[in-house]
Design a protein around this ligand. Sequence first.
Ligand SMILES: Cc1ncc(COP(=O)(O)O)c(C=O)c1O
Length: 409
Amino acid sequence: MSGMDPRKTIRLYYDHVVPSYAKTPLVLERGKGTRVWDAAGREYLDFFPGWAVSGIGHCHRRVSEAIKRQAERLIHVSNNYYHELQGVLAQEIVRHAFPSKVFFCNSGAEANEAAFKLARKLAHAEGRFEIISMERSFHGRTYAGISATGQPRFREGFEPTVPGFLSVPFNDLKALERAVGPKTCAVILEPIQGEGGVRVADPAYLTAVRRLCSDRRITLIFDEVQTGMGRTGKMFAFKHFGIEPDVMTLAKSLGGGFPIGAMVARKDIADTLQPGTHATTFGGSPLACAAALAVFEAIEKEKLLGQTVIAGAHLFKRLNELKRRSAIIREVRGMGLMAGVELTVDGKAVYEACLEKGLLINCTQGNVLRVMPPLVVRDKEIDRAISILEEAIASEESKHRKKEGSLVS
Ligand SMILES: Cc1ncc(COP(=O)(O)O)c(C=O)c1O
């Protein structure tokens, strides 16, 4: 513990840090597994760990040890030399993905940038450059990221954005077919939209999108920045759908908390990015690769995919029971340990009440509670979270009943 007064922590932040984040007034000091502790030593159950980054839990033993070990040997190597961990990690990703090669970077937005550059370069000689994304998607905050993201509010004030991007409704094959034209080079989608409100792709839709892209030689990019690394009960979400993308992007929980992103491209198109065409100074550092290798090791040795399926079934059972008891839950959706609870009312007060009672979750799209506990979560922790959520929802329901009552009287 640093011992700094939390009020001073917050004051220093606003004095010196660009205030681009909407913040919750919570100063966190320590984390372990499914728990985090604030500056006053108060414990929270973290069901949205680091915006889904600490996917296997905070400070997982294998990740912390791998980082410590590697930090004493070699932290960074420039990408014009080799170090042994990049190839080993790429091999591990490919073993779980599809025949491919990997470009390493540092974030989800950067992984998508690499995917867009590859897709455009691949189709450049034919004059194809248009990239189609989905409405309500989220692909990051760089210029190409906000250009691809199918939510105009992320672009407002930053125009002009990158030309050649357009969005169509998700899960709507006809809309995509209409949008594909002679200039289309890529389609990007999240198999489960996260930021967009935990919306799962329809399997028949994904199969048809795959066929359309293959027929028209369009690069199909799956953004698995949020769904990857076991979150849905399989290493990557596309594995639930019986098809493979041409390119997949990863970040968030790939490094178990340490920043690393990856663009995974089908083997026969990956060499499109030849020396000098794309680069990033920090991409695939020994430290980042060591952390990501420890994540794969944890998932495999601790059988976390099976654990996710079992814990996920428990989470969805409990959430669906809660829905039956609640007047303000419209829908429960998701897969594995990625759940969205859509309310009929704004979710901010429920989010805040959960925080007050020691449960961290997320609220997206105004009324969708996003619940994504670490893959190591236990049933009794899920039960505890559900009882906190139920209390929070009950108090919101009673507020709404009172409001309606006062409108009637
Ligand atoms: C699906 C998806 N893609 C891309 C990103 C951007 O990742 P980053 O914030 O690491 O750039 C996010 C972040 O939330 C995401 O959820």
